[in-house]
Ligand binder design. Structure first.
Ligand code: ZN
Ligand code: ZN
Length: 73
């Protein structure tokens, strides 16, 4: 059985509230898509049980990393 990230697979959406301005924070993708694009992939990004997503506030551009638990398919 394979575990997949519900956000990467568009099975689920999560909206967070910005802790700075109360704005809406949107999922903008996996952290590794933004993290050091010029270097080799960081092995920490390939965790088995979770996927790290980056959320960005629509209003103030505050960014936050959230661990998304992968689910069994
Ligand atoms: Zn994901
Ligand atoms: Zn904000």
């Amino acid at each position: 059985m394979e575990k997949v990230c519900p956000l990467c697979n568009k099975m689920k959406e999560i909206n967070l509230v910005c802790d700075k301005c109360d704005g809406v924070m949107l999922d903008i993708g996996r952290v590794q898509d933004y993290y050091d694009p010029y270097g080799p992939q960081d092995p920490i990004n390939d965790a088995d049980d979770y996927c790290i997503h980056l959320f960005k506030c629509k209003k103030c551009n505050n960014k936050k990393k959230i661990n998304i638990d992968k689910i069994n398919t």
